[in-house]
Every structure is written in C-alpha cells, then in structure tokens.
Design a protein around this ligand. Structure first.
Ligand code: NDP
Length: 480
C-alpha cells in the first residue's frame, strides 16, 4: 500500500515516530494509502530546515523566485490528469470537477502570485520639506500554512503561493483527510528547482501537527483555513505569542432571490451554488431565501432540477455529485437531516443515502437534499452543515430577507438575485458578509479581497492583501 511521506528539507521522509495512519477512499470506503502520523519532532525538523533556507530565499531576487514558482505552476498543468485523478480519489469529488476547477486553480494560484510579486510595491509618505518616509516590506521568516479537505490542492496552494513569492519559507500541513495531492506537489517542487527547506510539508493529525505549528515560537505567522472552532483553538495559542494570523473559517451563506430576478439564471446557478463539490465549499449557499411572489414557482422548479442531479462515483463522467469526504463527515451531515425533521422541516427532495453497486457499495453517497418549513433561527439554519443540504424559506421584503440572512454567527459569502440595480447596491451594502455575488456565484478575480466577517474569519486573502499579510512593513523616516 502506498505510503505518503513528509517533505522536509527537499527530502521525502517517514515521520520520526515511524507510525502511519490510514487514508480512506471516499468512493469505496476502503483504506487505499497511509499517511505519516507526524508530531512536534517532525515540525521541529521542518522549522530548522525552513530557518536555514530563509537565509538565502529571503534575499533571492523576486524575479528568480518568480521563475521557480512559475515552473511549479507549469508542472502542475503538465501533470493535470494525474493530479486530478488523485484529488478525486482522495476526496470523493468527480474527476471532471478536479480537472476543470481544482487543479487548474492550483496552477493559477502559483502563476498569479509568481507574477504578482513582480508588481508588488510599497508606499512613500513625503512630509513637505521636512522629511520623507518610505515603507520597506520584508518577508516575515518561517510561516505556517494549514488547510482543509474540501478543495485540497486548491486551498493549500492559495496559501503557500503568496507566502513563497513574498520570500518566506513555509511549514505546511494539508488536511489529514486529503493529503495525496500535497504529497504529489512535494515531488514537483524538487523538479521545479525550489531550494531545499523553502517549502516543507508535514502530514498528520490536526491536534498534533497543526497544534505544533501553532505553538512553535519560530513560526511567526499562521494562515489557516478550516472550521471556526479550530480557528479559535489556533488563535488561543498563537495570539499571546503575537503571531500574525489569517483565519478563513466556516460559513452559512444566504442566497436571496427577489421577485424580479432572472428566473432561469437564478435556478441554474442556485443548483450549482448549493451542491457543487457535494455542497462542501465554504462559499456554497446553504440558506435559500425566496421572495413570496416567486416562491412557489422557484421552489417547484428548483426541486425538479435538484432531483435530476446524478449522484455517482468520481469516475462516472455523468456524476454531478460524488462521495462525501469521510465517514464521520457523512454521519454528521445525515444527523443534520434528522435534526431538520425534528425541528419541523419537510424534505422536498433527497434526504437519503445513495447505495451504489459493486466496488462503490460502501462509499459515502448522499442525495442532494432540499428542506422547507424551518424557522430561520433554528439550529439547521444557524449551524454549518457543509454538505449537500440546503433549506428554502420565503420572505416578504428586503428588510425581512436581511434580518434572516444576517441572523447567523457567520458572514463569509452571500448571493443576491435581482434585476434592480439600486436594490443590488442597497442589499450588498447591508448584508453581513465578506463576499457578495450579485446575479452570479463563484466568479473569482484573484486580485479581490477574500474572507469573512463575524465568526467566518479574520483578515483577507487574495491579491496584494495576501502579499501584505506575508510581509512585515517597516517605516524609514529620513529628515531632509
Ligand atoms: P478543520 O478545522 O477540522 O481542519 C482544517 C485544518 O486544520 C486541517 O488541516 C486539520 O487537520 C487542522 N487542524 C485540526 N485541528 C487542529 C488544531 N487543534 N490545531 C491546528 N490545526 C488543526 O476543518 P475541515 O478540514 O473539516 O474543513 C471544513 C471547514 O473548513 C468548514 O468549516 C469550512 O467552512 C471551512 N472552510 C473555510 C473556507 C474559507 O475560505 N473561509 C474555505 C474552505 C473551508 P486534520 O484534517 O488532520 O484534522
């Protein structure tokens, strides 16, 4: 059985404990590879390697860093098929989705920041004829990047790319649930000529490896994407050590459909925004609020379209949804469907496991599920489910829609469907979310600030926001 290895100082190594943990294939429910059960000793080795590498990487000209990172981006594209198949096998998502979205985006992340660093500049603040201030921006040193399982290589590279481009050295931990593509990436790093120790990837459990990253005194900044409770645990350790923190956390995103929406576009996109990647994208809209005038029409057409979505194994080109990522997650999502029923909800479509045949009979498949009749403030409508389950609720007017949309502890993304431009601006202004899409969803420009408000996070990723996070500003004041 294939053994995944850590990537430390340019070498593929077993964990110092020599212990491995099982890695499951969601499509079949079987163990198909093994992951290092690393601990603080491996983090120590990774930090030592990163500190040494920082001495030269931090002073390597930006153009040279950029060239190496661009090579890595190209290598990802050259290996697109292999990486997409590995991602689908490890995560349960359809292979076509990994080919169209996950892997091209991982390459784009490196490409974007490799070129972005060449355009990164800092400010000058002249004080008339008294003095001139200028800001220097230097890499921080050794930084930690911790990522989740839903978009494994996509989100892993979204953090690593700006960190490396800005001249930092990285100790990174992918999710233990989906480690495979990060392992394959480590091999490509050597092929691209990334100097040893510049990027170190340590696999293993969050409470061991992630915790060791949070605690290590030489790791000066942490970029984390994952659940809100984990983000809080990291902040509790890192804040008293005055580490820089960027936290991209959970969501419970509202979709607001007004009477005057472009009906066909709203239906087609809301099917996607609800169930793409089995609903396991932090940006998926999980609470759909529809204005009374169009509610019945929207509901029946939406349910009709959702019930046509094919749930199948990742290798079926017709599959619109694949398997959920793990058995515990599968059980968690199912438990929310039961909770919704207990809370008085009616399942309009879905709600049950899907049993496939043959090799796939023990995989974790769930029907896309739409639930109606729930109070906006019940647990199903307040807690993050992160699976193929959405609720649908009518609203009277803008004020009513905003009250329900803004009622959760989260504030990551939101979607507004309307043909009224004034309303779009008004609602966009008043909705509590870091990201607002009007008449679209997941339309991403990598230069824009990305992140959430309230318990959905602290800080912003994307564009120069990320390069600013991964550099330390210093003001130099020169008296004229
Ligand atoms: P988790 O918070 O469970 O895990 C995220 C990462 O943190 C994993 O690598 C995990 O390791 C690690 N980790 C777990 N415990 C600790 C710890 N005590 N200290 C340090 N690291 C730890 O999230 P999931 O992987 O379950 O991902 C789903 C969550 O991510 C959802 O809440 C979703 O909304 C959020 N998310 C947010 C996004 C955003 O941009 N705001 C984007 C995508 C997802 P291990 O896997 O080994 O447990």
């Amino acid at each position: 059985m294939e053994k995944i290895l850590n990537f430390i100082n340019g070498e593929l190594l077993p964990p110092s404990s020599k212990q491995f943990i099982d890695n499951f294939e969601p499509a079949t429910g079987r163990v198909y590879s093994q992951i290092p059960d690393s601990d603080s000793a491996d983090i120590e080795s990774a930090v030592t390697a990163a500190k040494k590498a920082f001495e030269s990487w931090s002073i390597t000209p930006a153009k040279k860093r950029s060239d190496i990172i661009l090579k890595l981006s190209n290598l990802i594209l050259e290996n697109l098929e292999t990486l997409a198949e590995a991602e689908a096998r490890d995560n349960g998502k359809p292979v076509w989705l990994a080919k169209e979205v996950d892997i091209p985006r991982a390459a784009a992340n490196f490409h974007f920041f490799a070129t972005g660093i060449l355009h990164f500049a800092s400010e000058a603040h002249p004080m008339e004829d008294t003095a001139i201030n200028y800001t220097l921006r230097s890499p921080i040193g050794v930084v930690g990047c911790i990522s989740p399982w839903n978009l494994p290589l996509y989100l892993f590279t979204w953090k690593i790319a700006p960190a490396l481009a800005a001249g930092n050295c990285v100790v990174a931990k992918p999710s233990e649930v989906t480690p495979m593509t990060a392992f394959l990436l480590s091999k490509l790093c050597n092929e691209a000529g990334l100097p040893p120790g510049v990027l170190n990837i340590v696999h293993g459990l969050g409470p061991k490896v992630g915790d060791a990253i949070s605690r290590h005194p030489s790791i000066k900044a942490i970029s984390f994407t994952g659940g809100t409770a984990t983000g809080a645990a990291i902040a509790k350790i890192a804040a008293p050590m005055f580490k820089k923190l960027s936290l991209e956390l959970g969501g419970k995103n509202p979709v607001l459909v007004f009477d005057d929406c472009d009906f066909e576009k709203a239906i087609a996109t809301t099917v996607n925004s609800s169930f793409r990647n089995q609903g396991q994208i932090c940006l998926c809209g999980s609470r759909i609020f529809v204005q009374e005038g169009v509610y019945e029409k929207f509901k029946s057409r939406f349910v009709e379209e959702v019930s046509k979505l094919k749930v199948s194994h990742p290798y079926d080109a017709e599959a619109k949804l694949g398997a959920l990522v793990s058995q515990p997650h599968f059980e968690k999502v199912k438990s929310y469907i039961e909770l919704a029923k207990d809370e008085g909800g009616t399942v309009l479509t879905g709600g049950k496991e899907v049993k496939l045949e043959g090799d796939y009979k023990n995989g974790w498949y769930l029907e896309p599920t739409v639930i109606e009749g729930l109070a906006f403030d019940c647990r199903t409508n307040q807690e993050e489910i992160f699976g193929p389950v959405v609720t649908i609720t009518p609203f009277k007017d803008e004020e009513h829609a905003l009250k329900m949309a803004n009622s959760t502890e989260y504030g990551l993304a939101s979607v507004i469907w309307t043909s009224d431009l004034k309303r779009a601006h008004r609602v966009g202004q008043n909705i509590e979310a870091g990201i607002v899409w009007v008449n679209c969803w997941m339309l991403r420009d990598l230069r824009t600030p990305f992140g959430g408000v309230k318990n959905s996070g602290v800080g912003r990723e994307g564009g120069f926001e990320a390069l600013k996070f991964f550099t330390e500003p210093k003001n130099v004041c020169i008296k004229l």
